[in-house]
Structures are given as structure tokens and as C-alpha cells.
Write a protein that binds this ligand. Structure first.
Ligand code: ATP
Ligand code: PH2
Length: 189
């Protein structure tokens, strides 16, 4: 059994449909889905805002590398073209962490680095991740850190660039879609 936490993002085309395509393909392997967030671009490239979410998936046989290959297949299915590092993309699937029978997978391989080496710097990752693992932790520089503490250490402007939408990804195995924010008001995405 392996369990992967995936960050998914899109800022080209039908952004929501690209995110939903990941959940649809994972199907019954999905065990948790965050809310959907509109996020200001991270990384210094001027581009459109993204939609981001985090999905947790489990599979009885899939290795960490298999999750990477599946992510690449999903990106290809969304016609992703690699032009610029941290630039616009129809779909990005990043493996944030993966656990198997031996525990948390650690890897320094540039092909698959685990935990994801930049996850702790990104509010667009930490905010949705906290939706699905409120007491979650991430290993940063060999030290276990609480996701909430990592988020609190980020620049407030960075955190403010992440806004919850009233869009919900639907997963057949999950009983109810994530509700919109408590006020029930629509938010622009
Ligand atoms: N944990 C990981 N999840 C996804 N890809 C990874 C991971 N670790 C290493 N990679 C490698 O990173 C390479 C570049 O991926 P990609 O083009 O999606 O980067 P990016 O999303 O622009 O930037 P970043 O890696 O900072 O999120 C991929 O070819 C992949 O093999
Ligand atoms: N807001 C946001 N910014 C990004 C994103 C992303 O998914 N959302 N992905 C990137 C490359 O991984 C670079 N910058």
C-alpha cells in the first residue's frame, strides 16, 4: 500500500476541468480532496492566476515512482507543454510526499525528490494541504515540521494570494463535496 499527497494546479484553459480530470482518473484511489483555491502565481513569472488543490490517494501496489509516472500521464493528457520553469501550464501534478509500508519515502533523485523540496515555501500547497491533513507534517531539511507552522512563517502577502473558491472537486468515493466558505458567499476565481 502506498499513500501519496499530490499538489495539482492549472492556469491555462479550463483550469477547473484540468483539476477534475486528475480526481476522475484516480477514481476510487482518492481518499481526500481539498477545497479549490485561486492562487497568485508563485516563482516570479508574470502569468495568470492558478487554480490549486491537494489530493490524497492510496493504491495497494503503486510505488512513489509510479505516482510520478501517473502525474506525467495526466499532464500529457491535458496537453501540457513545458516552455518555462515555473511558467504557465494546463496541468501540474507534483508529488508532495509518499508513504509506503516502510514509512515516508525519502529521495534526493532530481527525477523524483521526496518530500517535494519546495512544498514548504508555497502557500498554494500548504493551504489546501491543511484542508486534508489539519495536523499534517512535512520533513524540511531533515526536520519534521507542522504544516501550520510552515504556513505561518510565510510572507503574509504570499498567504493572502491564496483565496478559497466555491468550486468543489467531486470524487465518487467521498461522501460530500467540500463546502464553500462559512459565509456561503460566492468568491471570484
Ligand atoms: N516530487 C516531485 N513531484 C513531481 N515532479 C518531480 C518531483 N521531484 C522531482 N520532479 C521532477 O521535476 C521535473 C520538473 O517538473 P515540472 O516541470 O512539473 O516542474 P515545475 O512544476 O515547473 O517546478 P517545481 O518542481 O518547482 O514544482 C520533472 O521532470 C520531475 O521528474
Ligand atoms: N500559484 C501557483 N504558482 C505556481 C504553481 C502553482 O501551481 N500555483 N506552480 C508552479 C510550478 O510548480 C510555479 N508557480
Amino acid at each position: 500500500m502506498s499513500r501519496a499527497v499530490l499538489s495539482i494546479g492549472s492556469n491555462i484553459g479550463d483550469r477547473f476541468a484540468h483539476l477534475q480530470s486528475v480526481v476522475d482518473t484516480l477514481g476510487p484511489r482518492v481518499v481526500a480532496v481539498s477545497a479549490v483555491y485561486s492562487t497568485a502565481p508563485w516563482g516570479g513569472v508574470e502569468q495568470q492566476d492558478f487554480l490549486n488543490a491537494v489530493v490524497v490517494a492510496e493504491d495497494s501496489t503503486r510505488s512513489a515512482h509510479d505516482w510520478l509516472l501517473l502525474g506525467r500521464e495526466l499532464e500529457a493528457a491535458a496537453d501540457r507543454v513545458r516552455v518555462q520553469r515555473w511558467g504557465p501550464r494546463s496541468l501540474d501534478v507534483d508529488i508532495l510526499t509518499c508513504c509506503d509500508a516502510a514509512g515516508e519515502v525519502r529521495s534526493d533523485d532530481p527525477e523524483l525528490t521526496l518530500p517535494h523540496p519546495r512544498a514548504h515555501q508555497r502557500a498554494f500547497v500548504l493551504v489546501p494541504w491543511l484542508d486534508v491533513e489539519g495536523d499534517g507534517e512535512l520533513t524540511v531539511g531533515g526536520v519534521r515540521r507542522r504544516l501550520a507552522d510552515l504556513l505561518a512563517e510565510l510572507d503574509p502577502a504570499e498567504r493572502g494570494g491564496v483565496r478559497r473558491c466555491d468550486l468543489s472537486l467531486s470524487a465518487p468515493t467521498l461522501s460530500a463535496p467540500t463546502p464553500p466558505d462559512a459565509s456561503g458567499r460566492r468568491r471570484e476565481c
